[in-house]
Design a protein around this ligand. Structure first.
Ligand code: RIB
Length: 301
């Protein structure tokens, strides 16, 4: 079998979403007005996002040996994602995310990583050939930093890191050095820079310019698009205006579309309008993987 264009190393989880008026404050009980589930986890979402847009994708991940794990694996396989490097870990539950979605589509996410915690550098090592031969290796941080480091060390192509979530203590310098494109949102950027959340594009650009290591930073700004910061230059890419239903997975749609374009050797400034459109489309329907765009939704970009 030929090498995948993109190898994703990351988490897979079942998402259980609740529609609420507002997210709970400490000590508060909030009654929801409906619930639905979908397949999620940042690794799985990003893999499906890229595969739906036409890339050949392999996912290195872990589930429990439970029915949820089988459901996650089947869902990814249906989307054409390579699942031969997904391990089923005995005696642990598959990852679970509990998501509160408000009427304006904003989502607040609590994650029990479950089997995602059991993904280890040895599992990454078993995929060394794919990691070396893929045009893009895409990583997030719902699995351990050691897993992220192992994947980035093995990669020979473009390393795209979505640092979500940033661990306490920030990111190791070695990981930042191995990254070609770092894709944080404002909160993650602030955490990496050990600063407050930037209140303007200018503040975000200043923080991003101070981060040493990655070849380029792409700061996602939600409904305001994204900033590309590299070589002392800052470019803004606008968002596509849409009716927002649920923001869950929008960042993953962005990363998946970016990776798909980079795997075809597009430049960052050609790839970013597609990533912005993909993120916008992903907010127009409920759920993470259910809402990821199809190629026709990005046509003309
Ligand atoms: O980025 C969205 C994802 O974060 C959800 O699918 C949920 O599983 C959490 O991991």
């Amino acid at each position: 079998m030929s090498a995948p264009a993109i190898t994703v190393v990351g988490s897979i989880s079942i998402d259980r979403s609740l529609l609420v008026d507002h997210p709970p404050a400490p000590g508060e009980t909030v009654l929801g007005s409906g619930t639905h589930w979908s397949l999620g986890g940042k690794g799985g979402n990003q893999a499906v996002a890229a595969a739906r847009l036409g890339a050949s994708v392999m996912l290195v991940a872990a589930t429990g040996d439970d029915p949820e794990g089988q459901r996650l694996r089947d869902g990814l396989e249906r989307e054409g994602v390579g699942v031969s490097r997904i391990v089923a870990v005995p005696g642990v539950a598959s990852g679970l995310a509990v998501i509160a979605v408000t009427a304006d589509g904003e989502s607040t996410i609590l994650v029990d990583p479950g089997a995602n915690r059991a993904l280890a550098p040895e599992h990454v090592a078993a995929s060394a050939a794919e990691l070396r031969e893929s045009a893009v290796v895409m990583i997030q941080l719902e699995t351990s930093i050691d897993v992220a480091l192992a994947a980035a060390r093995e990669a020979a192509g473009c390393v795209l890191l979505n640092p979500a979530p940033v661990p306490e203590g920030g990111l190791p310098a070695e990981l930042l050095e191995l990254v070609d494109v770092l894709v944080p949102n404002r909160v993650e950027l602030a955490r990496i820079a050990a600063a407050s959340i930037p209140a303007s594009d200018r503040e975000a650009a200043t923080l991003a310019s101070g981060i040493r290591g990655p070849g380029a930073l792409v700061v996602t700004l939600g409904g305001e698009g994204a900033l590309l910061v590299r070589d002392g230059q800052v470019d803004h890419f606008p968002a596509t205006p849409v009716e927002v239903v649920d923001t869950t997975g929008a960042g993953d749609a962005f990363c998946g579309a970016l990776a798909e374009a980079l795997s075809r050797s597009l430049e960052l400034d050609e790839a970013l309008p597609r990533a912005c459109r993909a993120a916008a489309v992903a907010t127009t329907a409920r759920g993470a993987q259910t809402a990821l765009p199809r190629p026709f939704e990005l046509s003309g970009i």
